[in-house]
Design a protein around this ligand. Structure first.
Ligand SMILES: Nc1ncnc2c1ncn2[C@@H]1O[C@H](COP(=O)(O)OP(=O)(O)OP(=O)(O)O)[C@@H](O)[C@H]1O
Ligand SMILES: [Mg+2]
Length: 135
């Protein structure tokens, strides 16, 4: 049922929980591949050039999950894209048919009044595949 699962990671504890949850879920679907996606913000990279420090930082965030995935026998792929998180995730989901997208309810933003952050809200609104929000 869930063979291609995309999990969106911004480094927040919400997204790390989402990632943990994804691996637990993927374990129940033999042959499933988990795609760990981080969208590097436009301001974080200089004119499309992304610093190696930033990539190192994100790899450091993703590494424990890649290790956990390996231990569980789940194929994991890491992906870095550049741009505005919401539209990029939506575009990527349109171009690749995922069976499920997993996201945190909130991210690194400081406004916490709303249940959902703007990125998760945009993705839910626009993608056609099922979306799982992890609180
Ligand atoms: N740059 C990103 N790359 C990948 N996934 C992201 C990115 N930003 C957000 N997400 C995903 O969206 C989820 C919700 O984050 P979101 O950014 O919507 O909330 P927020 O940061 O609290 O609010 P806002 O960004 O609207 O101020 C995260 O847990 C993560 O799964
Ligand atoms: Mg955010």
């Amino acid at each position: 049922m869930y063979r291609k699962i995309l999990v969106a990671i911004d480094g927040s504890h919400h997204s790390l929980k989402a990632c943990e949850h994804t691996l637990e879920l993927a374990e129940r679907f033999p042959g499933a591949t988990v795609y760990l996606l981080h969208v590097i913000g436009i301001r974080e990279g200089l004119e499309g050039e992304v610093s190696t420090e930033l990539l190192d930082e994100m790899m450091a965030i993703m590494k424990p999950f890649l290790k956990l995935g390996r231990e569980k026998g789940i194929t994991c792929e890491t992906l870095f894209l550049h741009g505005e998180a919401g539209p990029i995730i939506i575009e990527h989901a349109e171009q690749n048919s995922f069976d499920l997208i997993v996201m945190g309810s909130r991210g690194l933003g400081s406004l916490k009044e709303l249940v959902l952050g703007s990125v998760s809200q945009k993705v839910i609104k626009h993608v056609r595949c099922p979306v799982m929000i992890v609180k």
